[in-house]
Design a binder for this molecule. Structure first.
Ligand code: UDP
Ligand code: MG
Length: 311
């Protein structure tokens, strides 16, 4: 199990207990790897203090690198033949674990949980996610299942495939879809968060969505070319019309407002797409710097079964 946690001191112990009990019930060898994503609270201490019977290991990152990086760190260090990622805030129901595993036994390499109801979320968030998935699917390059998150089971083959991707802009939803393999979605309803609040504000979500779009689609760039052609053609036709009007009929060309409006319009469009270009350049810049996705400050291996007293 890979569990990313950022400032989850209030939730993590309860989550780990629930997860450990559910794992024990599965009757397979298991352990849990918590990735402490640079928490400013007592998350790491809480994790270090859990009973050895829960088989919890800890990977403490040197600062907050974000959930995508935390998951990457967890997947890089997970040992299992099967890896399941679950949030540290207890919102992912462990009751789904047997079903995830059952489908893996049937031959699926990746079984992901799909959010059933987004009713609890604001209309703004729902609209945002609808627009995002619509945009992503319209690019047609990869098929990202709507409302599927990081709660998923992966076969070792999938984990190795994910690890082999060298990119630093780790937009996990896209990366999972990109690697492919036999995948299946299972519906689930997320539980309520008990302590603290979501780290993903509207702004952060919007930024994540934009990273997703620019990492997995060149649609915005294509749009620039398309709009360029669409604007240039009528402009050319209009120029021709004015030329004929002036030379044949000798009429004055009136209207500096037209000039002002069109200059403003075209420079606006140009600036907008220079900005889009800049966003892609920024992605290239991030990749070229080739900095690691995360840094590890401390690593505690999960206790081996049999070592230490049971709870
Ligand atoms: N998380 C993380 N690093 C971050 C932000 C969040 O590891 O920078 C973890 C967090 O502790 C939780 C999971 O990612 O286990 C999902 O975060 P959250 O509950 O804030 O988001 P939501 O449930 O609203 O998607
Ligand atoms: Mg949450």
């Amino acid at each position: 199990m890979v569990v990313p946690a950022y400032n989850e001191a209030g939730n993590i112990r309860g989550t780990l207990q629930t997860v450990a009990e559910a794992c024990e019930a599965l009757g397979l060898p298991w352990d849990i790897l918590v990735v402490d994503d640079g928490s400013a609270d007592a998350t790491a201490a809480e994790v270090a203090a859990v009973p050895p019977a829960w088989r919890v290991g800890l990977l403490r990152l040197s600062r907050n690198f974000g959930k995508e990086a935390a998951l990457t760190a967890g997947l890089d260090h997970a040992q299992g033949e099967v890896v399941v990622c679950m949030d540290g805030d207890g919102q992912h129901p462990v009751s789904l674990l047997p079903a995830l595993l059952a489908h893996w036994r049937e031959g699926y390499d990746m079984v992901y949980a799909v959010r059933e109801d987004r009713d609890r979320e604001s209309a703004f968030k729902r609209l945002g996610s609808r627009i995002f998935y619509g945009l992503m699917s319209s690019t047609g390059q990869i098929d990202i299942p709507a409302n599927a998150g990081d709660f998923r089971l992966m076969d070792r083959r999938v984990v190795e495939a994910l690890r082999a991707l060298p990119e630093r802009q780790r937009f996990m939803k896209g990366i999972y879809a990109w690697v492919g393999f036999r995948s299946l979605g299972l519906p689930y309803t997320p539980l309520a968060r008990e302590h603290g609040q979501s780290s993903f504000s509207r702004r952060k979500l919007a930024r994540l969505a934009w990273t997703g779009i620019t990492s997995f689609s060149v649609l915005p760039l294509r749009l620039a070319s398309l709009l360029g052609v669409m604007l240039a053609l009528p402009a050319f036709a209009y120029g021709l019309y004015e030329l004929i009007e002036k030379t044949i009929y000798g009429s004055d060309v009136p209207g500096w407002p037209t000039v002002v409006v069109s200059i403003m319009f075209f420079s606006g469009v140009q600036l907008l797409f220079i900005g889009v270009l800049g966003e892609y350049l920024a992605r290239v810049y991030e990749e070229v710097k080739a900095r690691p996705t995360y840094l590890i400050a401390e690593r505690l291996a999960p206790p081996q079964p049999g070592a230490g007293p049971a709870e």
